[in-house]
Design a protein around this ligand. Structure first.
Ligand SMILES: Nc1nc2c(c(=O)[nH]1)N[C@H]1C(S)=C(S)[C@@H](COP(=O)(O)O)O[C@H]1N2
Ligand SMILES: [Mo]
Length: 320
């Protein structure tokens, strides 16, 4: 019915105006992408209309809150970032990432998958209604933020992509076109990360398009990233251009750079210290006070109930 154009029933009469406009703006990409299913999802809650940090509509609240900690102020979350493509200081990405062109954007889905394809980010975003999830996001340098991330479970997208049974891992590759970024030396670009298939399919793993109810800021990895809340921050690749299904553990940027410091799994684990610092405590970046507040770090970042079973029988000191 939504597809009916022309005289008989203007779509504007059967959908809220805002949704109608978003729908019109995105219809072409939706139609060429996932077909009728995508259109249905778009009607259910089309998430974005324009570039840079526009409001997301029809967010669904989920149960993944972190009730014991205050939400990090939005300004902090968007000015204290790691995005090495745009510089090495925490303040660099917010200053430098304006050169990132997030539109148009497309993601290649390739490797061990029924039908390799290239999909634009609007189509991917419109595929399911967005959920807002408040996560305790934990960086490896022993600090944490509590950020409401907006997206939907990566599992939903993976199922739709129909990977082959031989696909055991998912690799995420970030943009590095050499013109939009600074790409400092010492790191082999593009940034690459990966998850085991069961980790990628865990309902906590979020395909992320926004935070605080808005589309992602460039420095947060716009327009599309993942959030893996029970792992250290570097597992959550930003500005993804390729999602590749593979049969072997894929190479990952930090592991290649310093394997003794950064493992493939990188589950938050207070009993495994980083060679250069303890990981037993974390500094809360959830207030703007000048006195840092430290709290004990929780195994799996507090998400053990949802994820611990995936590592049953594994030595997490060896598989750090
Ligand atoms: N492409 C890319 N993704 C990346 C990084 C990066 O440098 N490049 N840094 C990682 C690290 S170390 C962290 S802690 C988080 C930071 O995410 P945030 O800036 O949104 O808090 O992004 C991760 N994803
Ligand atoms: Mo990090």
């Amino acid at each position: 019915m939504l597809l009916r154009t022309g005289a008989e029933i203007p779509s504007s009469e059967i959908t809220p105006k805002e949704l109608y406009e978003a729908f019109q703006a995105n219809r072409r990409s939706v139609l060429t992408g996932l077909g009728a299913m995508g259109v249905a999802a778009a009607a259910a809650g089309f998430p974005r209309m324009a570039a840079a940090e526009t409001k997301l509509n029809n967010l669904v609240e989920t149960k993944y809150a972190v009730p014991d900690r205050a939400t990090t102020p939005e300004a902090k979350a968007k000015s204290y970032n790691n995005f090495y493509e745009f510089g090495e200081d925490k303040s660099d990405p917010a200053k430098n990432a304006h050169t990132l062109r997030t539109r148009p954007w497309s993601v290649k889905v390739e490797g061990l998958v029924q039908k390799p394809r290239t999909i634009d980010d609007d189509t991917i975003a419109g595929y399911r209604p967005m959920e807002q999830r408040v996560y305790r996001f934990r960086c490896v340098e022993a600090w944490s933020m509590v950020i409401p991330w907006d997206g939907y479970p990566l599992a939903e997208f993976i199922k739709a992509m129909d990977p082959l049974p031989s696909a055991k891992y998912v690799q995420f590759i970030s943009l590095a076109d050499g013109k939009q970024e600074l790409l400092p030396g010492g790191i082999e670009w593009p940034y690459s990360e990966g998850l085991r298939m069961d980790e990628a399919m865990n309902p906590l793993t979020l395909l992320t398009f926004g935070s605080y109810g808005e589309t992602l800021a460039n420095q947060q990895g716009a327009p599309i990233r993942v959030i893996v809340p029970w792992k250290y921050g570097f597992k959550s690749a930003k500005s993804i251009v390729t999602i590749r299904f593979v049969d072997k553990q894929p190479p990952t940027t930090w592991n290649e750079l310093a394997a003794n410091e950064y493992g493939f799994y990188s589950n938050v684990n207070p009993s495994v210290d980083h060679p250069r610092w303890s990981q037993a405590h974390e500094r809360l970046l959830n207030s703007n006070t000048i006195f840092p507040k430290y709290v004990p770090t929780l195994m799996f970042n507090g998400y053990g109930d949802q994820v611990a079973s995936m590592y049953a029988g594994m030595d997490l000191k060896k598989n750090y």
